[in-house]
Design a protein around this ligand. Structure first.
Ligand code: GDP
Ligand code: MG
Length: 371
């Protein structure tokens, strides 16, 4: 039978829960805020409070999330690629990111202290932009993917030219393959006398990564994060791969994105780094993320600069969440806070149902084990 909690019914009407409880009492129904009532009773309350009745199924709610998605090809504009750097520990991931970042043409002028927000966009001298995800480790990458977020367009695999393929390089290759993102191999530390790029190319072959030099389609670029040799070539390789992928998005719609990182900050409340994937996110927008919702109070980039809006492929730190989402959660702008509450409540309920079902299964298994 169709049911709804008192809280959710109140949310959908943008009424206070106490108002709903009062109306229920008039109808002779005693209910607390978390109790469920049947649809017919709910309709009476809705009428009593002067709202229009519209029965919404769970499917409608999810549908509503995707409701504003009609897009034509003409509305699609090129967007910057989103790149994740992976590789074995100490092969130079951080050094490479730092070297690329220090070449940012806009950064030089703006200065400013860099804060870690898990992602940032680099402005190249060529006028191109590349977004880098800087989440710690392969675990974060997999976690996000498991939550259904496909945020990475291209994986740059860093392999130290003197060390070659190591355990975590293989892990990274497997993660990248599973994500189906194309791989570019940056053979790093080429300033070292014992670096051997050809040996690395040979080793890649053993993991079914056939490099261009051997007739395959995997680009390799020899670099040194230390001397900054080859960084321009790496950027070119990324832009070439991006072109092949024909990365596009409509900037003129309500924003849809993914949470890259989220935390509860003592002074600022819940903050999330959000990668905008479609549309434009604006200060004041109301959103749902996971089973949380909120209104964008402020947005900043990695340099701590305040932004009023953010388009496709731009990562921003968002203030104004009512709770802390998880990395990999979606981030969807909706028309109003009633809708946001409704979707968040629906998702929260679904989460509880799943947990209850899992707990039920667990106890059943325990029972069976005892037999
Ligand atoms: P990560 O663990 O992959 O992030 O590696 P790091 O960026 O922390 O680098 C590990 C070590 O390798 C550090 O001591 C770096 O200074 C050094 N390193 C990184 N890139 C290069 C390079 O291109 N050449 C040389 N000679 N050393 C490098
Ligand atoms: Mg590092």
């Amino acid at each position: 039978p169709e049911t709804i909690t008192v809280q959710e019914l109140a949310n959908r009407m943008a009424e206070r829960a106490t108002e709903v409880i009062k109306q229920l009492m008039k109808l002779g129904v005693m209910a607390t805020i978390n109790q469920t009532i049947d649809a017919d009773t709910a309709e009476l309350v809705v009428q009593e409070l002067g709202h229009t009745i519209k029965r919404v199924t769970a499917a409608d709610v999810e549908e509503g999330i995707l409701g504003n998605q009609d897009e034509t090809d003409e509305e699609q504009q090129p967007r910057p690629p989103v790149v994740t750097i992976m590789g074995h520990v100490d092969h130079g991931k951080t050094s490479l990111l730092d070297a690329i970042r220090s070449a940012d043409v806009v950064r030089g002028e703006a200065g400013g202290i860099t804060q870690h927000i898990g992602a940032y966009q680099v402005n190249l001298a060529s006028g191109n932009k590349i977004t880098f995800l800087d989440t710690p480790g392969h675990a974060a990458f997999t976690e996000m993917r498991l939550r259904g977020a496909t945020v990475t367009d291209i994986v740059v695999l860093v392999v130290a030219g003197d060390d070659g393929i190591m355990e975590q390089t293989v892990e990274a290759i497997n993660h990248a393959k599973a994500s189906e993102a194309p791989i570019i191999v940056a053979i790093n530390k080429m300033d070292k006398p014992d670096a051997n790029a050809d040996r690395v190319r040979q080793e890649l072959l053993q993991h079914e990564l056939i490099v261009e030099e051997m007739g395959g389609d995997i680009q390799t670029v020899e670099v040194s994060a230390k001397t900054k040799m080859g960084l321009d070539k790496l950027e070119e390789a990324i832009m070439l791969q991006a072109e092949l992928l024909e990365l596009k998005a409509n900037a003129n719609r309500a924003a849809i994105g993914a949470v890259i990182e989220a935390k509860l900050d003592k002074g600022r409340g819940s903050v999330a780094t959000v990668l905008v994937q479609k549309g434009t996110l604006n200060v004041g927008d109301i959103f749902v993320t996971g089973s949380e919702w909120g209104r964008v109070r402020a947005m900043t980039n990695e340099r701590g600069q305040k932004l009023k809006s953010a388009g496709p492929s731009l990562p921003v730190e968002v203030l104004g969440l009512n709770g802390t989402p998880s990395a990999g959660d979606d981030f969807i702008v909706v028309e109003n806070d009633a809708k946001a509450r409704e979707i968040a409540a629906y998702r929260e309920q679904k989460k509880k149902d799943l947990a209850a079902a899992a707990a039920g299964r667990g106890s059943l298994e325990q029972m069976l084990a005892k037999l």
